[in-house]
Write a protein that binds this ligand. Structure first.
Ligand SMILES: C[S@@+](CC[C@H](N)C(=O)[O-])C[C@H]1O[C@@H](n2cnc3c(N)ncnc32)[C@H](O)[C@@H]1O
Length: 327
């Protein structure tokens, strides 16, 4: 399984042997695994590799709900504190390279691992981790095809990860999380749901609401999510950038956007130039209904806690769960 081992940022020699591979250098440890998964309508390209293009601009354009809000970070900290009380050094695996989760784990003295399919994301997000831990292990591999040892982790964490896994692969993904967890281990999840009932009647209502918001990159990502939800199709469950682009093309005139609200025009311009530009034009996210995902959880986990943030506008659609693996 393990095909490559590479060196990065060598500072001084160091050697670490883990249950699933050997890596030799200091400061940063990295395992790379080649995957050869092919998928159908949703492909690794449009669900996962598309993040490559996002990596360079992640810090500029990514805001809640796409990354955890202050309340959500505080909740991760609270749950991790409870889990690790009196047990320093528990092993944790972050699905993705989310800096907020790695900071929380490093502060609480977990042994932190992170697994992400895109080297570009690993490198970009590494620079954003504030609480560095030279013992952190970074793994470049597909969540669904990875070299990690079974029953190794006390905790697995995923901030908005299921939205990147094709619907037909979800069972494999749950089984993979359970395989990696020690018996009775915890899965901490923040998820993305589509609302059962559309939040707005039509596009004009969405634009009227966003005309009242101050233009910013944060407002722009909220508008992208809102347009994904408006064009969401419950049969394929996709929130798609192609559909967002379709909406934007209808309201983009030859001279750009010409609404009365300058804030709205500026927000639309950010969506137009960045979000529906070439880089992200094919990206899709998978948004199920809450009842669908909560039914899935019941098969593998018991729900110990649930939290919906109120410091970002989509907290009800992006709740967090503290899940315990069923015996
Ligand atoms: C965790 S998700 C959602 C965004 C998240 N809230 C964050 O702050 O990073 C995004 C990350 O998942 C990674 N990813 C997507 N699909 C993957 C897969 N099949 N295997 C491993 N990593 C994947 C992407 O490269 C990206 O870095």
């Amino acid at each position: 399984m393990l095909k490559y081992i590479i060196k990065l940022f060598t500072t001084k020699s160091n050697s670490v042997i883990l249950g699933y591979g050997e890596i030799t250098w200091a400061g940063l440890r990295l395992i790379i695994n080649e995957e050869n998964l092919t998928m159908t309508k949703t492909t690794l390209d449009n669900t996962s590799y598309a993040w490559k293009q996002i990596s360079e601009n992640w810090q500029t354009y990514f805001f809640p709900p796409s990354r955890p809000s202050e309340q959500e970070v505080a909740t991760y900290m609270e749950w991790l504190t409870e889990i690790s009380a009196g047990k320093p050094g528990l092993k944790a695996l972050v699905l993705g390279a989310t800096p907020e989760l790695r900071d929380a784990l490093n502060q609480l003295h977990f042994t932190t691992h992170a697994i992400d399919i895109n080297m570009e994301m690993i490198l970009a997000l590494n620079g954003l981790v504030e609480h560095k831990n030279p013992e952190e292990v970074l793994i470049r591999a597909n969540w669904l095809d990875n070299p990690l040892q079974e029953s190794y982790f006390d905790v697995v964490l995923g901030d908005a990860v299921f939205a990147n896994v094709p619907w037909e692969k979800r069972k494999d993904f749950y089984e993979e999380i359970v395989r990696l967890l020690k018996p009775g281990g915890y899965y901490l999840s923040r998820t993305f749901y589509a609302p059962e009932k559309r939040r707005y009647e039509n596009i004009d209502d969405i634009l009227a609401a966003f005309a009242k918001k101050k233009a910013s990159n944060r407002t722009a990502i909220e508008l992208v999510f809102e347009l994904q939800l408006f064009t969401h199709d419950p049969t394929d469950r996709l929130g798609s950038m192609e559909k967002v682009r379709g909406v934007m093309e209808k309201i983009h005139g030859t001279d750009g956007f010409a609404f009365d609200s300058q804030d709205l025009n500026q927000t639309l311009e950010i969506v137009w130039s960045y979000w529906v530009g070439d880089a992200l034009s094919k990206k899709v996210w998978i948004y199920p209904f809450q009842k669908e995902e909560e039914e899935e959880y019941k098969r593998y986990f018991s729900t110990e806690r649930k939290f919906s943030a109120t410091d970002q506008p989509y907290g009800e659609l992006t709740p967090m769960y503290l899940l315990k693996e069923k015996d």
